[in-house]
Ligand binder design. Structure first.
Ligand code: PFF
Length: 456
């Protein structure tokens, strides 16, 4: 056991509010602003929203509570957590698979963040000023088809994230997210007021809130479930790592519920910021991933003061992406510092350099690697699909099995009630029933069916 004990005193979050902002900062991200609107647009609007909310409640939230509990109990990175809680058993593989997922996600996520940051500048300097989606599409393809631009912007993002991570958990992650998350809410509200006051905005609201289930298939259910994992940053050890930095008196179910609500709120607000404007100017909602980079700029250009709002919008997306990337990078960095006793600088720089290589696969998917298509997808899409729709659900499944079957009710009660100090027995019972039976069964069925192993 001794070799797992960190030689340095462990850093951690310092205040209850700091915990909330850091965890919410991890959950809120491009998932809300890029993935959620494009998937909702592609899959029929409100019907998808309902499916996603159900997955969040029945799958995402229980896995989040499980992960936070494991991390705070073991006070260690995602791999060591399992080695401590189940010595000499293969459960640590969950943590190892999580580290792989963190790399895959960061590889494409940093590229999308790179486009967002490039767009802040392009919008500010008037390079995106057209109401014609064909013109904005040309601007976007100019960006992604240039290997130099794609790589340089991605490296800038990596360097920025690495610098914050090197500053530490309390002085880097906590300090940064405490500023970014509130700023993001303010910016989002400003953009919403603009979008909702456009003539014809109501059609977008109808799209977002009136369900049409005709577009829902089993593949949609897998996508909604994958999104619920991705959104709450669960299934891969991020929340185990963050849980290990939680204070001993932090109410885990209460914190997880608040973070889930805050995150869902931002997704819906992002939908309200985007769809009314899309409909008001007669654009199509189902553009998919390019909605953010092709449709949205055209939409902004069609409104008065559009350029200002466009800059604010991409700034808010960059703020959102930052907290999420910090939590992703912290997974391998925590492992390397605790397990190999590396300094934070060495662990962060090494991880970032490896990421630059992995990430190039995603960054160059629009240019020199466009024809490299293992499993029929570009590397960018493959990283995204294999992490969200396979690795995260698999990780989540095993985390539930660990908590429900290996840990048992006694241990769960101890952690969730802070050793009996919180009176939350009903919540403990409810959570335990869900995590032991309901969540794993749901994930198992949706996963097998979505991957075509069984046919329902
Ligand atoms: N939750 C983030 C988002 O929705 O953008 C993405 C993410 C962060 C996924 C951290 C996974 C993770 F571990």
């Amino acid at each position: 056991m001794n070799k797992h004990v960190a030689a340095r005193p462990r850093d951690g979050f310092t205040t209850g509010l700091g915990v909330i902002f850091a965890t919410l900062g991890s959950a809120i991200g491009l998932g809300n602003i890029w993935k959620f609107p494009s998937l909702t647009g592609l899959n029929g609007g409100a019907a998808f929203l309902i499916l996603y909310l159900a997955c969040t409640l029945l799958v995402g939230l229980p896995v989040m509570i499980s992960e936070l509990s494991l991390g705070r109990r073991a006070r260690a990175n995602a791999v060591t957590t399992f080695e401590k809680l189940a010595p000499r058993q293969p459960w640590w593989l969950i943590g190892a698979a999580g580290a792989l997922a963190a790399f895959l996600i960061l590889a494409f996520y940093t590229e999308v963040a790179a486009w967002v940051i490039a767009y802040i500048f392009k919008a500010a300097f008037g390079q995106l000023s057209s109401v014609d989606p064909q013109v904005t599409a040309a601007a976007f393809s100019g960006l992604i088809s240039s290997p130099v631009q794609s790589l340089l912007w991605q490296w800038l993002v990596l360097a920025m994230i690495a610098a914050i991570i090197i500053a530490g958990v309390s002085k880097g992650i906590e300090r940064m997210t405490k500023r970014l998350v509130p700023a993001l809410f303010v910016l989002l509200l400003i953009v919403i007021v603009r979008s909702l006051t456009l003539p014809g905005a109501s059609e977008g609201l109808v799209f977002l809130f009136r369900p049409d289930f005709s577009k829902v298939t089993w593949a949609t259910v897998l996508v909604a479930m994958g999104l619920s994992f991705f959104k709450l940053s669960v299934g891969m050890g991020t929340m185990i790592t963050y849980g290990s930095y939680f204070r001993a008196d932090q109410n885990i179910p209460g914190t997880a519920a608040r973070v889930m609500l805050g995150d869902v709120l931002v997704s819906i607000l992002a939908g309200i910021a985007i769809f009314p404007a899309v409909f008001a100017f007669g654009f199509e909602p189902d553009a998919g991933p390019s909605l953010l980079f092709i449709t949205i700029p055209a939409v902004f250009n069609a409104m008065p003061l559009g350029r200002v709002f466009m800059v604010l919008f991409f700034l808010l997306a960059a703020f959102a992406a930052t907290g999420a990337m910090l939590s992703l990078l912290e997974v391998p960095v925590a492992y390397l510092t605790e397990r190999l006793n590396w300094s934070r600088v060495k662990a962060t720089v090494t991880t970032t350099l490896i990421l630059a290589v992995f990430g190039a696969g995603a960054a160059l998917s629009g240019s020199i690697l466009a024809n490299l298509k293992p499993f029929g997808m570009t590397l960018f899409d493959l990283y995204d699909f294999s992490s969200s729709n396979i690795l995260l659900p698999l990780g989540g499944l095993f985390i539930c099995l660990f908590v429900g079957w290996r840990w048992g009710l006694g241990e769960v009660r101890r952690v969730l009630s802070n050793d009996g100090r919180l009176r939350n027995e009903r919540i403990v019972q409810l959570f335990f029933g869900v995590v032991k039976f309901l969540t794993p069964i749901l994930v198992f069925i949706v996963l097998l069916n979505g991957l075509g192993v069984i046919k329902l």
